[in-house]
Write a protein that binds this ligand. Structure first.
Ligand code: SF4
Ligand code: SF4
Ligand code: SF4
Length: 332
């Protein structure tokens, strides 16, 4: 079997059989023997050692290297620890970009992949997914309907309920570098934190530090995003409009992220027309419109993602966040 074959097979394993660039990315991060080991998963270390004719200790060392690179994951099952390679291209992206020894060429090739191949693939999966993978979480303070907010849309509750928190670098901004927003702000929670800490790709932090990071992200104009489910999320991302693998697709009509259940509403009687909200909105949802001979802010409900970034910086207190979607909007 030629080298090209194993790397193409790895691209097929993450549902990209026709990709030109993913086999090249795989070739940069694993040698041919490592590729064969990945292709032999899911399997235990014992089974892999036997298949490759290696002592168990030697195989475990190879698996540890692959785990550290972010291309191998482990799960504790009744028959022992089972190893598997990346589930899909998003996991390959998120985990392997934090490969500590990644050369610049690896980032450059990912950047090319995100430009040339990711949008078409994302469009295809967005058309078959019942719901987007991720969802915007509103900033904490502005939501007026506090009694109606759910645990899964309250960043502090997500952090406190998770048991463990770690912070890693934002992989989108690492490779794209299109903005100067903070990079070490991806919060891994629960199982996500366990993985990042064991792998060494993240550092453990307490909830107070995590909350400080979230506040600094809000000031910087980053939008909180979590997994689109009612419980057991593994991550709170803090996304920008220039680099994010999801938000940069919105203008192309591709939706991999749901809005929150909230919508920004402007009180035209209070608005001074300062334009701060126009600058803060990543989604082009705000425009200025005439109202009683004055120019005031107006929010397009179809574009508003319910992030709350405009509300917390409105100097006139003219913006409120209203729940406009049912609780059942969030998948269980
Ligand atoms: S999804 Fe958002 S926070 Fe996560 S890596 Fe991408 S831009 Fe960064
Ligand atoms: S930030 Fe507030 S006062 Fe300024 S334009 Fe927006 S709604 Fe009006
Ligand atoms: S108008 Fe823009 S900034 Fe304000 S909540 Fe909606 S998406 Fe966020």
């Amino acid at each position: 079997m030629s080298q090209k074959d194993v790397y193409t097979q790895l691209a097929e394993r993450i549902f990209m059989p026709d990709s030109r660039l993913l086999p090249r990315l795989w070739r940069m991060i694993v040698d041919e023997e490592e590729a064969r080991i990945l292709l032999a998963t899911p399997a235990t270390a014992e089974a892999l050692a036997q298949e490759f004719g290696l002592p168990l200790e030697e195989m475990e060392k190879k698996l540890a290297v692959l785990f550290r690179k972010g291309v191998l994951f482990k799960k504790d099952k009744s028959g022992g620890i089972v190893y598997r390679t990346c589930r899909d291209v998003a996991q390959f992206h998120d985990a392997s970009i934090l490969w500590p020894e990644a050369p610049k060429e690896y980032y450059d090739l990912w950047k090319r992949y995100m430009k040339e191949e990711w949008p078409d693939f994302a469009r295809a999966i967005s058309q078959v997914l019942p719901k987007p993978f991720t969802r915007v979480v509103p900033v904490e303070q502005p939501v007026e309907a506090r009694n109606r907010i759910l645990a899964c849309e309250d960043v502090e509750r997500i952090l406190r309920d998770s048991g463990r928190v770690a912070v890693t670098k934002c992989t989108c901004r690492l490779i794209e570098g299109n903005c100067d927003k903070p990079v070490e702000v991806c919060l891994q929670v629960g199982k996500g934190a366990d993985y990042a800490i064991e792998r060494g790709s993240g550092r453990e932090i307490d909830v107070e530090e995590a909350m400080r990071i979230l506040r600094s992200c809000e000031e910087a104009g980053l939008v909180h995003v979590t997994m689109n489910r009612a419980s057991d999320s593994h991550i709170i991302c803090n996304c920008c409009g220039d680099c994010c693998m999801t938000f940069t697709l919105i203008s192309k009509g591709i939706s991999l992220c749901d809005p929150s259940r909230f919508l920004a509403l402007v009180d035209p009687g209070k608005c001074s027309g300062c334009g701060t909200c126009l600058e803060r909105c990543l989604f082009g949802a705000v425009s200025m419109a005439e109202h009683d001979d004055a120019e005031v802010s107006s929010v397009d409900a179809a574009k508003c993602m319910g992030c709350g970034l405009c509300q917390i910086t409105c100097p006139e207190g003219a913006i409120s966040m209203k729940a406009v979607r049912e609780e059942s909007f969030i998948p269980s």
